[in-house]
Design a protein around this ligand. Structure first.
Ligand SMILES: Cc1ncc(COP(=O)(O)O)c(C=O)c1O
Length: 383
């Protein structure tokens, strides 16, 4: 039976052929570190890293590629943003929809005198911008908001939140883990000061890659939470201030970035409207096929609403973990079950403690795979 991979919200798979080739070529033929040496292979690596930064900057509408910081994953990017920025006495406005990679750093920082307000969401998982505005206090330094929910697929009103942040003079961190590569993003029109994302999900790079975009001026407030060798200004024991070195200490994950460069190149060959239209068509097909099946409950925005290719559901009398195991064992439909690292979201949806089963589509998902998945659920629900 063919594998039907619907766990792309965790990490995308398969990757474009060019990604496999780029990683293989780096490992077998280049094998040089970035920013440290000048022989031919090292120079090629340097050019590739520059190209990757530039392509990601272009993708999000950032004019200066040195503002794209390479990290290990989305969590690492969010940790740099939160730990690097927040000081005792600061207040943060965030939402109940956030992933643990925001919730846990904020919980940790609470012990250092940083307070947080969690804005609620509606029954579909949408956060109202008015509620975000209401939660701002004179001490608010940061608004941290998930762009697309990894539980319901709801696209949050990031542009409206960005306007509120600008009006109130507050910094805005956008968690684009489930949006970058899936929905068009322009950091200028969203008004975001920091954008955190993995490289291994919608950007189609390998695991172990991530990025943080830092808007002009923000680096003055964002301390580097790691220090070390950068291959630049080696005579000084002080961390360099220049970007991206300020935040990129130690050897980079060059094989990962080689793959990421190829992934982003592939993505840019597909138009944003094609990606959106394809994922919308597939998710509508999936929702239409699942709606009304006996005992099956769908969560998140209704069909046709602002959402990405991600669907959460439960089937009566099945624990989500058991359902995931049945789907995999009998139909090779590979999903994820549980809380998806978003415990407050499940409390809001009333799906704690078992959570939901999540089907997340990727750039390579096909209509046939969606139809086979619908057939599998039809059999489960009717048996
Ligand atoms: C919304 C959201 N934020 C952050 C992350 C963390 O990303 P990573 O797995 O790359 O650390 C995820 C991962 O699933 C996510 O869905």
């Amino acid at each position: 039976m063919k594998r039907i991979y619907l766990d792309n919200a965790a990490t995308s798979w398969p990757k474009p052929e060019a990604v496999y080739r780029a990683v293989d070529r780096f490992q077998r033929q280049l094998g040089a570190p970035a920013g440290r040496s000048s022989y031919a292979e090292a120079s090629e690596v340097e050019r590739m890293i520059r190209s990757c930064r530039k392509k990601i900057a272009d993708l999000i509408g950032a004019s200066d590629p040195s503002r794209i910081i390479f990290t290990q994953n989305g969590t690492d990017s969010l940790n740099l943003a939160l730990h690097g920025l927040l000081l005792p006495g600061d207040h943060v406005v965030t939402t109940v929809c956030e992933h643990n990679s925001v919730l846990r750093p904020l919980r940790f920082l609470a012990e250092r005198g940083i307070t947080t307000t969690y804005v609620p969401c509606d029954g579909h998982g949408y956060v109202g911008p008015e509620a975000v505005a209401k939660a701002i206090t004179p001490k608010t330094r940061l608004i941290a908001v998930i762009h697309v929910s990894n539980v319901t697929g709801a696209v949050q009103p990031a542009e409206a939140v960005g306007r509120i942040a600008a009006e109130r003079g507050v910094l805005f961190l956008l968690d684009a883990a489930q949006s970058l590569g899936h929905v068009p993003i322009n950091v200028g029109s969203l008004g975001c000061h920091l954008l955190a994302a993995p490289g291994h999900k919608g950007l189609l790079g390998p695991l172990g890659t991530g990025v943080l975009y830092v808007a002009p001026g923000v680096e003055e407030h964002l301390i580097p939470i790691r220090q070390g060798g950068t291959g630049t200004r080696s005579d000084e024991d002080r961390q360099p201030d220049s970007l991206p070195d300020r935040y990129e200490s130690g050897n980079l994950n060059v094989p990962g970035i080689a793959g990421l460069e190829a992934g982003v190149t592939h993505l840019r060959q597909l138009s944003e409207s094609h990606i959106l239209a394809n994922s919308r068509a597939l998710v509508q097909r999936l929702l239409a096929g699942l709606t009304g099946l006996p005992g099956l409950r769908l969560f998140g925005p209704p069909s046709g609403a602002d959402r990405v290719g991600l669907v959460s559901l439960n089937v009566a009398s099945y624990d989500p973990q058991e359902l995931a195991a049945v789907l995999d064992a009998n139909w090779r439909v590979q999903s994820r079950a549980g809380l998806h690292c978003a415990p407050r979201m499940h409390a809001a949806l009333g799906t704690s403690p078992s959570g939901t089963l999540r089907l997340s589509l990727g750039h390579f998902s096909t209509q046939d795979e969606i139809d086979s998945t619908i057939d599998a659920f039809t059999e489960i629900c009717r048996s």
